[in-house]
Design a protein around this ligand. Structure first.
Ligand code: WQD
Length: 337
């Protein structure tokens, strides 16, 4: 079995590549390596191309034929919400356009198995304070979320037409890392942002402490990237056995953690003093987003096994080591970052 991983040099994609290689699978990566990092995948074959470019379909067809690709995991996409609000047409061109080229190449070569990287951003501002199931209304509030939902629709339609066997994984808030070289380098989300400020001796910021939650700060469902990567391998294996999967699965823990609790976890992991500053609410933040994870547990047998403390410590060790704030000696005993 050879798996094509698009976007395999990114933070999540590279964790999946690492797990596939570790179990002996053949992998080829297609990536423009703009936000990714080729060092994350070592010797794994890498074809540098922007999937949304005019010649991408032909490039992917060639990759599929040359490498004997049997199935695909599609990560390659732009993922910055603010950027998507500023450049909506470009987001559709990149995220939906890239997917169209991939699906065309898969259809032309008869490759039918696909796992798609989707996002809880498809739910938008959930007015539900309970757990969000896959059947909850999908009302994305930015072009990024819209592009992911459009991708899900396209894939589901292609599957209904009998041209694809596929599933989309809706990630909640992904954090942590499995190895230092795989760590998230963009620092666009809470855990890396808190650590980045800590490393600069800046106080972490809390965007709003007046939400209707127990400590007043927003609650999210944080899932460890290593657990998330395992969910992709399971989905892939289920597709390979010919089983039909649900079109979408939430990937989270089913547990809510507040911003202050995340800052506490980083405080414990780093052993440093941390006093956050409370700032105004950030526009568009729902008070609570927590996944109902019963479907993926029931149908794929997947369950997260790592907690917020694991996410904070692995992210801290990777970022601190990279910044030179913690020596290798101090990190001895940690086989993972
Ligand atoms: C988490 C909580 C912030 C930084 C985003 C995207 C979503 C998905 C995941 C890709 C919020 C608060 C943050 C800080 C803070 N992306 N916060 N201080 O907004 O839940 O989800 O990333 O698929 O589409 O919207 O994640 O990590 O930005 O924020 O208080 O310095 O932390 O307000 O409540 P979010 P986040």
């Amino acid at each position: 079995m050879t798996t094509l991983v698009t976007g395999g040099t990114g933070y999540i994609g590279a964790h999946v590549v690492s797990q596939l290689i570790a179990r002996g699978d053949d992998v080829v990566v297609v990536d423009d390596v703009i936000t990714g990092d080729a060092a994350r995948i070592g010797e794994v074959p890498l074809v540098r191309t922007d999937l949304a470019s005019a010649d991408a379909r032909g490039v992917v067809e060639r990759v599929i034929r040359d490498h004997g690709v049997d199935r695909v995991i599609h990560f390659a996409a732009r993922k910055q919400v603010g950027e998507s609000v500023e450049r909506p047409v470009w987001y559709v061109q990149q995220n939906v356009g890239g997917l169209v080229h991939l699906l065309e190449a898969m259809e032309a070569t008869g490759v039918e198995q696909l796992v798609f990287s989707s996002s809880a951003a498809v739910y938008g501002l959930s007015d539900d304070t309970g757990l969000i199931s896959e059947d909850a209304p999908t009302r994305p509030i930015n072009p990024y979320g819209e592009s992911k939902l459009a991708g899900e629709w396209l894939i589901a339609a292609q599957a209904r037409a009998g041209r694809l066997r596929a599933t989309s994984l809706r990630y909640f808030n992904v954090a942590g890392c499995g190895e230092v070289r795989l760590a998230d380098k963009l620092a666009l989300n809470l855990v890396p942002m808190v650590i980045e400020r800590l490393l600069r001796d800046d106080a972490p910021r809390v965007f709003g402490a007046d939400y209707p939650t127990p400590d007043g700060t927003c609650i999210r469902d944080y899932v460890h990237v290593v657990d998330l990567a395992e969910a992709h391998l399971l989905a892939l294996d289920h597709l390979a056995t010919g089983e039909s999967l649900s079109p979408v699965y939430n990937v989270g823990t089913g547990l809510g953690t507040s911003v202050l609790e995340i800052i506490d976890a980083v405080r414990t992991a780093s052993g440093r003093d941390l006093t956050p500053v409370i700032e105004h609410r950030r526009p568009g933040d729902p008070p609570q987003l927590v996944a109902d994870v019963r479907r993926i547990r029931r149908e794929l047998g997947w369950e997260a096994t790592r907690n917020v403390a694991d996410m904070a410590s692995s992210a801290w060790q990777a970022m601190a080591q990279r910044a030179g704030a913690v020596s290798r000696a101090q990190l001895q005993g940690h086989s993972e970052c």
